[in-house]
Write a protein that binds this ligand. Structure first.
Ligand SMILES: [Mn+2]
Length: 363
């Protein structure tokens, strides 16, 4: 009996010592960049005394605790000093059917509490490579979509001017247009990997030029895209004519309709996409409705027979090695996401995007 107690006591002591040892790093980081209430004052390189922000491990800090930032990263006001930043754009004013995407960024942040620091599948170590933080949301005008676009463009001009790569949480797909205006202003016309059920290349919808069905038409008109380096993957659904994607093809886009994706790995497709993209700047825009609504029902304009989450991950992992200058994950609509799994999928896809940015360390 006494030896049982002795063993129990010993194993408790070892566990406690191990917990203290492993907890040292996150505690030190927090202590150095926080005021006494625990709020981060300015968690940049100088302040933290460390080169990188590391999310606290759920081994030592409860997942359900704290203010929900993306991946439980520190929050800071601006992109200053960051290599990459998670940014929310909470609008659904551009949505044509089910609303709710304005709540997307918030719900993605909540579900992102499941994210850990390393990518077990690819062995990527994003937080040993880049300084990343959550820089909050663009202050949108929920009453005026055009004003919102202006606000987004101006916010992203500031972000990209610092050299920081934005990882955007939408918001409906309208936001890709003003984001790409800012991105192309810095980098010139970019390649685009557009994963979506829809081409989003309509000219006018209900008399309006700006909406979630038109962003890539506007981008082409303004010369923001290098059209030979554009691929649209997962397109499907009924159309307004027999060839819904004629306009895309006429611009020089590669169109990969969902039927070409059914029943197969998309890794070989991504080998071709990497060749198509070459060395130039590339933007990745991922509409959650590219996935089948069985997996991701919480979205504004669902279409059946879509991609699997596995294929979504294959597409993103297939972007490794590209000169990615920005990424977004749009159209998560929490009111239609009764389990939270759509937002959870969105959070994980954003983590996969972070893991393929340039200069990420892989073990
Ligand atoms: Mn879309």
């Amino acid at each position: 009996m006494s030896s049982l107690w002795r063993n129990l006591h010993l194993s408790r002591a070892i566990t406690a010592a191990a917990a203290d040892f492993f907890a040292l790093q996150p505690r030190q980081t927090l202590a150095l960049c926080s005021d006494r209430r625990g709020f981060c004052i300015n968690p940049n390189r100088q302040c933290s005394g460390k080169r990188y922000n590391v999310p606290p491990s759920a081994e030592f800090v409860a997942r359900v605790s704290g203010i929900p930032t993306m991946a439980k990263l520190p929050y800071q006001d601006t992109a200053e000093g960051l290599d990459a930043a998670f940014v929310g754009v909470p609008i659904d004013t551009g949505t044509s059917n089910r609303p709710g995407a304005r709540f997307g960024p918030r719900q993605i942040r909540v579900e992102s509490a499941m994210l850990r620091a390393y990518n077990s599948g690819t062995r990527a170590a994003p937080y040993e490579s880049l300084l990343v933080a959550d820089i909050g949301d663009v202050n949108v005008n929920v009453y005026d979509l055009k004003d919102t676009c202006k606000r987004i463009r101006e916010a992203y001009r500031k972000i990209v001017a610092t050299g920081c790569i934005p990882l955007t949480m939408g918001g409906d797909h309208t936001i890709a247009y003003p984001i790409l205006q800012a991105v192309a202003e810095k980098h010139g016309p970019v390649g685009l990997i557009h994963v979506d059920a829809h081409a989003d290349t309509s000219d006018v919808v209900l008399g309006e030029k700006i909406g979630h069905g038109t962003p890539f038409r506007r981008c082409v008109e303004e010369g923001l895209l290098d059209c030979k380096r554009v691929v649209q993957i997962g397109l499907r659904g009924s159309g307004y004519s027999a060839d819904s994607y004629e306009w895309s093809r006429a611009q020089g886009f590669r169109v990969v309709q969902v039927e070409e994706c059914w029943f197969k790995s998309l890794a070989p497709l991504m080998d071709e996409v990497r060749n198509q993209m070459g060395k130039g700047p590339v933007y990745l825009s991922f509409d959650i409705d590219a996935l089948d609504p069985g997996f991701a029902p919480g979205t504004g304009t669902p279409e059946i027979a879509g991609l699997t989450p596995i294929q979504g991950v294959e597409i993103i992992r297939g972007c490794r090695g590209l000169n990615l200058v920005g990424c977004d994950l749009v159209e998560v609509s929490p009111p239609y996401d009764t389990t939270g799994n759509t937002a959870l999928t969105g959070a994980n896809l954003l983590f996969e995007m972070l893991c393929v940015l340039p200069k990420i360390k892989y073990y």
